[in-house]
Ligand binder design. Structure first.
Ligand code: 76R
Length: 275
């Protein structure tokens, strides 16, 4: 059965996201002849181009900065059938047993549960704080501005286009569920208050850190995947450090393994990982 006959699995909103980290088996690689090595690299290069030419699909390729893994891919695409197909192809793209999985993570882009609603903004900010009269010209134009900002913001969260900044940091995390520190037993208003503090810390890194939070409850071990792009590792280090003091992270954050990668053009990546 060809792929086109299989029903797609596209979320009602958002895309699927796969973080894929592999080791290169240099023992197996060394058994290949020069021609086979060249063919293998061409095959991966062509596959990367094919994936990047797929509609609404993005692929980041990076070298992992520690021996936790060698090559990393971050694939964003609507259809899980397509994500699954490309994942299998990527794993085999350099030949059998050359790439061996080191770590992987499945999640979805999602909207935030805690953004201000239109009604809340109108009532609390426009009428409450700014004293505007409902229906007045100023009120309507401020509301229109809000709508535009939210549309832009939502589009980035659900259908992100990530910049080619060299440093990529990935780690999964969950919110604690123990005793008095059970995130899920807090009332919504309290969670929202805490998340506002978190976002304030984050916004100070605007232009230096591009964050993408993807949801993985029911999909993988943790509840969210955190992807940070940066131009300087010190910004990664300092945002994660600063957030540890934020009540949300201090009381409720539980973290998985951290991976730091470097986005590179494929030919440089091949040389970097000694292929
Ligand atoms: O959605 C937004 O961009 C605005 C508000 C916001 C939400 C709802 C926000 C802002 N985050 C949100 C949700 Mn975040 N974020 C993390 C980490 O290491 C740690 O301690 C935490 C890892 C970082 C570094 C980070 C950065 N955020 C979340 C969630 C989902 C929680 C939930 O739904 O319960 C998690 C797990 C999480 C974790 N966050 C920001 C940032 C940054 C830089 C911002 C500001 C973005 C901007 O305004 O440009």
């Amino acid at each position: 059965m060809s792929n086109s006959e299989i029903a797609p699995i596209v979320p009602r909103e958002g895309w699927h996201v796969l973080h894929l980290f592999y080791h290169v088996d240099h023992g197996q690689w060394s058994l290949l002849g020069e021609d086979e090595k060249r063919q293998a690299k061409t095959q991966l290069t062509e596959l990367v181009h094919e994936i990047r030419a797929t509609p609404d699909t993005h692929l980041l390729v990076f070298s992992i900065a520690t021996p936790k893994a060698d090559i990393g891919f971050m694939l964003l695409t609507p259809d899980l059938q397509v994500a699954n197909m490309y994942e299998k192809q990527l794993a085999l793209s350099l030949g059998t047993d050359i790439l061996t999985p080191a770590y992987s993570y499945l999640s979805q882009t999602e909207r935030s549960e805690y953004t201000t609603s239109r009604e809340q903004y109108a009532e609390e900010t426009l009428v409450g704080e700014r004293g505007l009269k409902e229906g007045s010209e100023e009120y309507e134009s401020a509301l229109k501005e809000f709508d535009d900002r939210m549309e832009h913001y939502l589009k980035h969260r659900l259908y992100p286009v990530l910049p080619d900044w060299p440093v990529i940091c990935f780690y999964p995390m969950s919110k604690r569920r123990s005793g008095a520190d059970n995130w899920y037993s807090l009332p919504y208003e309290e969670r929202k208050r805490l998340m506002l503090g978190h976002a304030r810390t984050g916004r100070a890194y605007s232009g230096r850190i591009l964050q993408l939070i993807t949801g993985s409850t029911g999909l993988d071990e943790y509840e969210w995947g955190v992807t940070l792009l940066a131009k300087d590792t010190i910004d990664v280090k300092s945002i994660v450090y600063e957030m540890r003091f934020d009540e949300v992270s201090a009381r409720f954050g539980e973290f998985g393994d951290f991976y730091i990668g470097l986005q590179l053009p494929l030919d440089v990546l091949f040389r970097r990982v000694c292929l």
